[in-house]
Design a protein around this ligand. Structure first.
Ligand code: G3P
Length: 207
């Protein structure tokens, strides 16, 4: 399973990248705003911090022509960039256009198998299926993810399901059990994955 970091904070990306296990990064407009640095500058720094990694940068327009202009601009910044596109009608049209041009895409805000089907048919590289926000609505977010992973595989689409909106390590365990090819998570969750009381206790005894 590929591990991505979900952040707009370059220091977090650098720290996680040092472990040598990071395959990429995802950002969204909220995370970029929270980090308080410029969009282009942040995305380029993340690309440098994770050499060869897939780095998702999100478009914010909502009309097709504006989306296309924005997407082409973002994609021109760096070869590692994956254009992140919301699952709206012009967004799916955009994904088809970008996919025909060989530009990688990450379709975001996906919550159902039917939405995932549209993203896969449009040629999305990644389908960002949100877990935590589904749970927030009293739905079983992980159930939807597992279903999507199974269906995408079943029809042999090339898109990879990327589990997003991960809120705790159990979501990571469930993503692994569902056979999700990619998961993105905040730095604090990556860090929590190291921690086990018996590991700490064992180390104390060894030392
Ligand atoms: O990048 C999208 C996603 O991972 C956001 O997570 O916790 O805001 O639902 P969250």
């Amino acid at each position: 399973m590929k591990l991505f970091i979900d952040t707009g904070d370059i220091e977090e990306v650098r720290r996680a990248a040092e472990w040598g296990i990071l395959d990429g990064g995802t950002t969204n407009p909220t995370l970029i705003a929270k980090a308080g640095k410029g969009f282009k500058e942040t995305v380029l720094q993340i690309c440098e911090a994770v050499p060869g990694g897939a780095i998702s940068a999100e478009v914010v327009a909502t009309e097709y022509e504006l989306l296309l202009k924005e997407a082409l601009e973002i994609a021109s910044w760096h070869p590692q960039i994956v254009v992140k596109v919301p699952l709206i009608e012009p967004g799916i049209r955009l994904v088809r256009t970008l996919s025909d041009k060989g530009i990688r895409t990450n379709v975001t805000l996906v919550f159902s198998v039917t939405q995932a089907l549209m993203a896969a048919k449009a040629g999305a590289t990644y389908i960002s299926n949100f877990v935590g926000r589904g749970d927030d609505m009293s739905a079983d977010g992980m159930d939807a993810v597992a279903d999507t992973v199974a269906r995408v595989e079943n029809y042999q689409f090339e898109s990879e399901v990327l589990v997003a909106s991960i809120r705790h390590p159990l979501h990571v365990v469930q993503s692994i059990q569902a056979g999700a090819p990619v998961a993105t998570m905040p730095y604090k969750i990556l860090e929590m994955m190291f921690k086990r009381p018996l590991t700490a206790l064992g180390l104390t005894r060894f030392l």
